[in-house]
Design a protein around this ligand. Structure first.
Ligand code: MLC
Ligand code: AMP
Length: 489
């Protein structure tokens, strides 16, 4: 049974009504009572549009106040949110629409063309409509015990994007656990720069804020060139980021870094590996120690460095209090401390499975334990070190890239016979994708990039294309990526 998510949020929405809650880059300022009222109006607007509990509502929006309004309205009404990464393009978007069949998509007018065939609710117009609805009361609570709150797309270990079915209970337990573990109080100031279409920004960011009643400043996106000004003016006590953001912050002048670090009690890093070198440089320059945590779309957060204890670089800390982690060998037997294996996770944080994909769901769980695909080792004092993945997932700037998706697309282009995509190390983004291709004639890189850019998110576009005569394969035909010639930029 799950805790109702709204209970966690009500401590602020109802309990701290007059307290300042929110600001954004346009100068909009809201208190918690405003957020309560706005989301009630949006919930009434959803009903006016005929969107019922259990229906899916997709949004394709850069960070803005309406994303929060919509999230809260859907949580209150039992409508299932499908957040779509705004960097996605036709191919990825069509797949998500086909899988979830949303009742409508909320998006900006300029992006409506990506959603041909779907019912589009333009965001500005929708906000005007919702703002005029004279209601102040909430919709009736969803009747289900633990309703589905969101379907968030991720490729799991297989490469085909699937919607992780996350319930109100999953979000509630994750949010309340992080508020406690990270010692959030209503006096915190959280600078929110992560996109709200992924769980790092949505499940952790919004729920730590509303679960604690602190203040949030929402940025449309993280921009390194504006970071100094943003941090110095807002003086956040809390920041959540992917390692790329911390690498960018290291470019700030020493004096600014010292001032920022003096306010920042909690700087959380996650979604991709953080090197011990960056951990050390950040500490030296900002005077604050990064706290690393490990999570997944399907499980929300699994581990975290302790707030008061040792934030051991290179590790992701021990399991969070509500999470059980087992490390198992290929036979499924638990390994001893110090031995490598695959991480399996169990707990009220774990999603129900994948939307309409029973086979994939069955494949992802073993006796109720979720297979993460992440390899790791646990020290005798419980700290977990991640050591890579079972699959060849590439993580670039905190966004996931599945080589197979790009390889399958590349071979549909004229003249390309075979393709293999690998990640190469990059100081700023962690990894960058590079494509090795067997082609019939010379490669036209510009034409390839244009074709990729039309169909796939920009971060998936290979930074280089290397022409090879053939791909190294095993006797069974599997590509041996480790035998590809090294890429020299
Ligand atoms: C990145 N880009 C964006 C964007 N973020 N465009 C619009 N809106 C955004 N929010 C595009 C840029 O246009 C550019 O494309 C490229 O990405 C890199 O942008 P940049 O300006 O050069 O920024 P950079 O300094 O490299 O930083 C990128 C970044 C971004 C860190 C801001 O990668 C980012 O927001 N990452 C967060 C990913 C995230 O939230 N992951 C959580 C997943 S949940 P071009 O075409 O010029 O290259 C998960 C579970 C868990 O994994 O554990 O949390
Ligand atoms: P996603 O599918 O976007 O939810 O990405 C989840 C994956 O990101 C995990 O399975 C890990 O491989 C990776 N990840 C998340 N947090 C960390 C971290 N702190 N260090 C290394 N990898 C991480």
């Amino acid at each position: 049974m799950g805790t109702p998510l709204i209970t966690l949020l009500d401590a602020s929405l109802l309990g701290r009504g007059s307290r300042e809650a929110f600001e954004d880059e346009s100068g909009l300022r809201l208190n918690f009572a405003d957020l309560e009222m706005r989301s009630n109006r949006w919930a009434a607007w959803l009903r006016q549009k005929g969107i019922q509990p259990g229906d899916r509502l997709a949004f394709f929006l850069a960070n803005r106040a309406e994303v929060i309004d919509l999230w809260l309205a859907c949580v209150k009404s039992g409508v299932i949110v499908v957040p779509v990464n705004i960097l996605y393009r036709e191919r990825e978007i069509h797949h998500i629409l086909a899988e979830t069949r949303p009742a409508a998509v909320v998006t900006a007018g300029k992006d409506a063309h990506f959603f041909a065939g779907a019912r589009i609710l333009e965001v500005e117009e929708s906000a005007r409509e919702a703002g005029q609805i004279p209601v102040s009361s909430r919709p009736p609570l969803p009747r289900e015990e633990d309703p589905v709150a969101a379907l968030i797309f991720t490729s799991g270990t297989t490469g085909v994007a699937k919607g992780a079915v996350l319930t109100h209970g999953n979000f509630a337990v994750n949010g309340s656990s992080l508020v406690q573990t990270w010692k959030f109080t209503e006096n915190d100031r959280y600078l929110a720069a992560l996109p709200l279409f992924h769980v790092h920004g949505l499940a952790n960011g919004l729920h730590c804020w509303l679960g604690s009643g602190c203040h949030l400043r929402l940025l449309e996106r993280f921009q390194a060139a504006r970071a100094e000004e943003e941090f110095l003016r807002y003086r956040p006590t809390v920041f959540f980021g992917v390692p790329t953001m911390y690498v960018r912050l290291l470019e700030l002048p020493a004096e600014a870094a010292r001032k920022i670090g003096a306010c920042l009690r909690l700087a959380v890093s996650g979604s991709a590996p953080l090197s011990p070198a960056i951990h050390a440089e950040f500490r030296k320059k900002f005077g604050t120690t990064l706290l690393e945590r490990y999570g997944m779309t399907e499980t929300l957060m699994n581990t975290s460095h302790p707030y008061d204890g040792e934030r051991r670089p290179g590790t992701v800390g021990p399991a969070l209090p509500h999470v059980r982690i087992a490390i198992r060998d290929l036979q499924g037997d638990e390994v001893r401390d110090g031995e490598e294996g695959e991480l399996y996770v169990k707990g009220p944080n774990v999603c129900r499975g994948y939307w309409n994909r029973e086979d994939a769901t069955r494949g992802a769980f073993v006796d109720g334990w979720f297979r993460t695909g992440d390899m790791g080792v646990r020290s005798p004092d419980g700290y977990i070190t991640l050591q890579g993945r079972r699959s060849d997932l590439i993580i670039s700037g905190g966004f996931n890239i599945y080589p197979r998706e790009i390889e399958e697309f590349l071979v549909t282009l004229p003249g390309i016979r075979e393709a293999a995509v690998v990640g190469v190390a990059d100081r700023v983004r962690g990894e960058l994708p590079v494509a090795y291709v067997v082609s019939e004639g010379p490669l036209d890189e510009n034409a390839l990039k244009e074709a990729l850019g039309r169909s796939l998110a920009s971060f998936k576009c290979p930074r280089a294309f290397v022409r090879v005569d053939h791909l190294p394969r095993t006797a069974l035909g599997k590509v041996q990526k480790h035998l590809l010639p090294p890429h020299k930029p």
